[in-house]
Design a protein around this ligand. Structure first.
Ligand SMILES: [Zn+2]
Length: 69
C-alpha cells in the first residue's frame, strides 16, 4: 500500500510484510492506529486499522490458517 506523508507530502510505500506486522501489532494491543515514520521528514504518520485491513484483506484468513498448524 502507499500513503502520502501528512507533513511533507512524500509518497511512502508500505510493503505487505509491514502491513501484516502492523495488523498483528494492532490486534494484539487492541489499537486503532499504526505509526509509520516518514523516511524524509521523520515525522509520524498514523495509518488506521481500517486502511491496513483494506490493503491486506486476507490478513486475518492467512493468520488463522497459520495458527491451525
Ligand atoms: Zn514526511
Amino acid at each position: 500500500m502507499q500513503i502520502r506523508c501528512y507533513h511533507c507530502h512524500m509518497p511512502i510505500s508500505i510493503s505487505k510484510d509491514v502491513v501484516y506486522a502492523a495488523l498483528d501489532t494492532l490486534s494484539e494491543g487492541d489499537l486503532q492506529h499504526y505509526d509509520i515514520r516518514c523516511p524524509k521528514c521523520r515525522k509520524i504518520n498514523r495509518v488506521s486499522k481500517e486502511q491496513l485491513h483494506h490493503a491486506a484483506p486476507n490478513w486475518k484468513k492467512e493468520r488463522e490458517e497459520k495458527s491451525e498448524n
